[in-house]
Write a protein that binds this ligand. Structure first.
Ligand SMILES: C[S@@+](CC[C@H](N)C(=O)[O-])C[C@H]1O[C@@H](n2cnc3c(N)ncnc32)[C@H](O)[C@@H]1O
Length: 256
């Protein structure tokens, strides 16, 4: 019987895939891969046939129904099909629909976890998502809804927003309206985990200023405890930008 393995490829840099994921990729007959997956991962599975099934937001590309049909068709025809997804398949990856499609075809499924964009962003900024005492909860939220409306509120000490890159100014307004202080710290990270990762720091009221810097790049927005400086700014090795407002606020905190 055919087997379908869902592998989280990590946030875009080939070396952030897990060892287990790389090993199974090396055994695949066929790989159905997402658009945000690093092309050099193909070197781990030169024996396999690769088919790109990327979806880009709600702008078309390959539909979910087509992907489900391909999983059923190729899963029945091959010994090992890998469904390679960006980040972690369990986070905003439509994994439940694909698992149902595979089960309906009577195929075995296995899920290999991956590094999600929020974890890669926390690593790049050296700002942990949880903090002893002040950061006891983390929420991962998609800014994109089927209806197109932006939903954002206050539900955790650290809020991480996925798919919000094009709506930073309205995200800022919604969060302030839902009770976040306008001076809450925010980190914006695009292409987290990759060699060209970009990070910027803002006050929540100034979040719209990040739009130009991160334009057309996969971006996460971290608000609250997980965006607070831990006091080792010299450790930030990659490109980063700090808005004037955030600099002023951090200097006030340091002088407390
Ligand atoms: C459909 S979601 C998939 C999330 C993925 N499953 C994960 O666990 O990271 C796509 C969104 O993830 C975020 N994302 C993916 N890769 C990223 C990266 N390298 N840096 C920052 N954000 C990223 C962006 O918000 C992007 O719009």
């Amino acid at each position: 019987m055919g087997r379908v393995v869902f592998i989280g490829a990590g946030p875009g840099a080939a070396d952030l895939i897990t060892v287990r994921g790389a090993r199974l990729l090396g055994q695949a007959d066929l790989v159905l891969s997402d658009a945000l997956v690093d092309g050099s991962l193909r070197e781990l599975a030169p024996q396999a046939r690769w088919i790109e099934v990327g979806k880009r937001g709600f702008r078309g590309g390959v539909t979910q129904e087509t992907i489900n049909a391909l999983l059923r068709r190729y899963g029945c025809a091959h010994t090992l099909v890998v469904r390679l997804k960006g980040g972690d398949s369990s986070i905003f990856g439509r994994l439940e629909e694909e698992l149902r499609a595979v089960a309906a075809a009577g195929l075995c499924a296995e899920v290999v976890p991956g590094v999600t964009a929020a974890s890669a962003a926390a690593a790049d900024t050296r700002r942990p998502l949880t903090r002893r005492g002040s950061g006891r909860s983390v929420s991962l939220t998609t800014a994109m809804t089927r209806e197109g409306a932006l939903h954002a509120g206050r539900s955790a000490d650290t809020e991480v927003f996925y798919m919000a890159g094009r709506q930073l100014a309205s995200l800022s307004r919604k969060l302030i309206a839902s009770g976040w202080p306008s001076i809450a710290p925010v980190s914006v990270v695009s292409r987290a985990g990759c060699a060209d990762s970009l990070q910027s720091e803002h006050l929540l009221a100034d979040l719209g200023q990040a739009a130009m810097l991160h334009m057309n790049r996969p971006t996460v927005v971290i608000v609250g405890a997980g965006a607070t400086n831990v006091g080792c700014t010299h450790a930030v090795a990659r490109q980063s930008a700090v808005s004037e407002g955030a600099k002023h606020h951090e200097s006030l905190l340091e002088s407390d």
